[in-house]
Write a protein that binds this ligand. Structure first.
Ligand code: AP5
Length: 226
């Protein structure tokens, strides 16, 4: 089976984390979510966390050189030999170029970019009601996907929190940042023929099904070209 190097691209709250968790189970590939990695570093009080926190709290991106190093190490690790799922990286053109350069150095390339889309007003609704497990990072929504017990994670009984950057003024800033700096990646990957568009506004199960179909079609196309 050829390696599968996947990127999840989309605005904040489009469901990248929700779908990334399912893909990880389906494909049994390592899942690298830069937001989770950075929040872990903030919690652990590492130098990376101290650098990242001020950018994250105001809805800005952390500097490219900081995050490129973090991801470069992971995709070069033995566990990522058969592929990986990236969520939240790349987020700027320089990050995408750095990813291409790293993969080229390893004789590899991006297999597919799954662009999960959702309109701004839907993003605001989703992030406003999101509750995140402090331990596992698993997400719930007070209306669309409520936990069995209010405020408690179904998976490990940990406390559910509202992320610092899920406050209304920060959500707006994150959306602005997405449109200005990350959206240009849609064209970047489209021009390279690896972009697959996924409608993110359907229910999570339907979105997951559309992703499965897109990956199956991609495999068929790859087989035909071999
Ligand atoms: P990050 O954690 O990556 O945040 P994000 O991209 O803004 O994405 P989110 O985690 O907010 O949303 P999601 O798309 O995963 O949606 P989710 O599945 O949770 O990054 C945070 C910060 O870190 C950045 O702002 C930046 O500062 C920094 N950072 C990270 N990577 C960086 C990089 N590469 N470079 C520089 N800085 C970086 O779903 C949202 C909610 O909706 C949930 O409640 C969920 O239950 C619900 N939901 C999901 N799908 C559906 C559906 N289909 N229908 C209804 N509800 C749904």
């Amino acid at each position: 089976m050829p390696e599968l190097n996947l990127v999840l691209l989309g605005p904040p709250g489009s469901g990248k984390g929700t779908q990334g968790e399912r893909l990880q189970e389906d494909l049994r590939l390592p899942y690298y979510a830069t937001g989770d990695i950075l929040r872990g570093a903030v919690r652990d009080g590492t130098e990376l966390g101290r650098t990242a926190k001020e950018y994250m709290d105001r809805g800005d991106l952390v500097p490219d050189d900081v995050i490129v190093g973090v991801i470069g190490e992971r995709i070069d690790s033995p566990e990522a030999r058969d592929g990986f799922i990236l969520d939240g990286f790349p987020r700027t053109i320089p990050q995408a170029e750095a990813l291409d350069a790293k993969l080229e150095e390893l004789g590899r390339g991006v297999t597919a970019v799954l662009q999960i889309d959702a309109a701004d007003d839907e993003v605001v609704r989703r992030l406003g009601g999101r509750r995140t497990c402090e331990e596992s990072g698993h997400v719930f929504h007070v209306e669309f996907n409520p936990p069995q017990r209010e405020g408690v994670c179904d998976l490990d009984d940990s406390e559910l929190i509202v992320r610092d950057d899920d406050k209304p003024e920060v959500i707006r800033k994150r959306l602005e940042t997405y449109h200005a700096k990350t959206e240009p990646l849609v064209d970047y990957y489209d021009q390279r023929g690896v972009l697959r568009r996924i409608e993110g506004t359907a229910a999570p199960d339907e979105v997951a099904e559309e992703i499965r179909r897109a990956l199956a079609t991609m495999r068929l196309e790859q087989d035909e070209t071999v």
